[in-house]
Ligand binder design. Structure first.
Ligand SMILES: NC(=O)c1ccc[n+]([C@@H]2O[C@H](COP(=O)([O-])OP(=O)(O)OC[C@H]3O[C@@H](n4cnc5c(N)ncnc54)[C@H](O)[C@@H]3O)[C@@H](O)[C@H]2O)c1
Length: 440
């Protein structure tokens, strides 16, 4: 099949590449010329396990092509995925300008029937706006007789395992009001969902809302556990035991129940905000999600306060090692990473840092800058002469470090663990002052 994916970011590049890998002819389109030129040379704009090899192979074999020229792709396509960003606007709503702009561009160049697919995360009602924008542009060109369908097909991949998630999805949501478009979508996805029951057909508003509901539910679980973590600390309970205790309940399950420094990334924060906005827009209070957001924000402040309580208000002359900058492991994505607020909060009090992350340093430097921070390429190098270690992302190789070596390198054996990676009792036994989240 022939398809275009417009927006070649985390979602668009993975979507296009995975479809190409199944034998489809795919155009990946983006307005960022550097990104497209680099992709043609096999240089990827993001880190995602397994993606580079797939991009290079499918590009070399001619199934995956890159362009900044939307006409070129649309001209040949039966399907057009819109996978551009939908960042938060100032009021918290999803900014749809890129989505609508792409819809207009499609309307300005399509000449034949096309299925236009909203892959971006968009609020209820967006498919209708996309439909209107395309229709207006077709009408302007006197092409009102060209037909098309708009389908909502939100994406659920996770950064860090995006390729795997796309190839083996838990479900494929297809929101449509047209049976033949539904069949064509089912056909397109059939290679990924050999078990057909993973495809869920529904009306468009339900599909649009499902994506927000999923992210908001996961964010809620995180904030719920973080709220309980505070209670654990003052009562002598252990959030890890509570997690295991409730996670074993099949009605609850284990995922997203970890105490920590809260959620970040390009999706949860903006999607929770956007759903709050939509609820309010329809006259509802959004009580739960407002609290979810507040608990999440406070978690970062709480971590900073804990460091200050141990080290003192004035951090001038103090130096901290940072292990992990990305918002989560297996990605170089720094969008809304807790590390940003934590480093800035401590830096405002005079602290300096030696920071390590296996892949996010380049992106981190763009956001956090170089003031009072030295970036290092080995986690042990970060520890030399520091007053404490801040563990902010749970990269696998932080799990079993050489603690004796750490103690030798550090000025003070103090660890603030934002991701509960170690056993408090063992850390104490080894002579560390160890602070974790929700563990007495
Ligand atoms: N990143 C994730 O893990 C994830 C997961 C599921 C859903 N989503 C959703 O998918 C959408 C895309 O997210 P992302 O993380 O891939 O974004 P991204 O910022 O990584 O990529 C967006 C791309 O769109 C391009 N773009 C913007 N306007 C364009 C235009 N007019 N024409 C062509 N290209 C244009 C940008 O240059 C950029 O390369 C968002 O709505 C997001 O919420 C993201």
């Amino acid at each position: 099949m022939k398809l275009s994916v417009i927006g070649t970011g985390y979602v668009g590049l993975v979507t296009g590449t995975c479809f190409a890998d199944m034998g489809n002819d795919v155009w990946c389109i983006d307005i960022d010329e550097t990104k497209i030129e680099n992709l043609k040379k096999g240089i990827l704009p993001i880190y995602e396990p397994g993606l580079e090899e797939l991009v290079k192979r499918n590009h070399a074999e001619g199934r995956l092509r890159f362009t900044t020229n939307l006409n070129e792709g649309i001209d040949e396509s039966e399907y057009a995925f819109i996978a551009v960003g939908t960042p938060s606007d100032e009021d918290g709503s999803a900014d749809l300008q890129h989505v609508i702009e792409v819809a207009r561009q499609i309307g300005r160049c399509m000449d034949n029937y096309l299925i236009i697919i909203d892959k971006s995360t968009v609020p209820v009602g967006t498919a209708e706006k996309v439909r209107q924008a395309v229709r207006e542009e077709l009408d302007k060109r006197g092409k009102g007789d060209v037909s098309f369908d708009v389908v909502s097909n939100p994406e659920f991949l996770k950064e860090g395992s995006a390729v795997e998630d796309f190839i083996r999805p838990d479900r494929v949501i297809i929101g449509t009001d047209n049976e033949s478009a539904a069949e064509r979508m089912r056909d397109l996805y059939s290679t990924f969902v050999r078990k057909g029951d993973r495809v869920m057909l529904m009306d468009i508003p339900s599909a649009e809302l499902t994506k927000y509901a999923a992210n908001a539910m996961l964010a809620t679980r995180i904030s719920f556990m973080n709220e309980l973590a505070h209670l654990c600390e003052v009562t002598g309970a252990d959030i890890e035991s509570v997690r295991r205790g409730i996670g074993s309940d099949s009605r609850i399950g284990n995922a997203f129940l970890y105490g920590g420094i809260g959620y970040g990334g390009s999706c949860f924060p903006k999607d929770v905000k956007a759903l709050i906005y939509t609820l309010r827009d329809y006259g509802f209070d959004a009580k739960i999600l407002t609290a979810v957001e507040e608990v999440n924000r406070n978690q970062r402040t709480y971590f900073i306060d804990r460091v200050v309580r141990h080290v003192g208000e004035n951090l001038t002359g103090k130096i901290f090692a940072v292990w992990g900058l990305a918002f989560k492991p297996q990605t170089d994505d720094m969008r809304e990473a807790p590390s940003i607020d934590i480093i800035n909060g401590l830096r405002d009090r005079g602290a300096s840092f030696r920071a390590y992350d296996p892949i996010a340093i380049e992106n981190a430097r763009l956001i956090i800058g170089d003031r009072n921070i030295e970036y290092v390429t080995n986690n042990y190098d970060a520890l030399e002469g520091v007053d404490a270690l801040l563990l902010l992302t749970e990269w696998h190789h932080f799990r079993k470090p050489d603690f004796e070596k750490m103690k030798d390198l550090m000025n003070e054996p103090v660890i603030f663990d934002g991701r509960n990676q170690y056993e408090p009792a063992k850390m104490k036994e080894m002579g560390f002052a160890y602070y974790s989240i929700g563990r007495s």
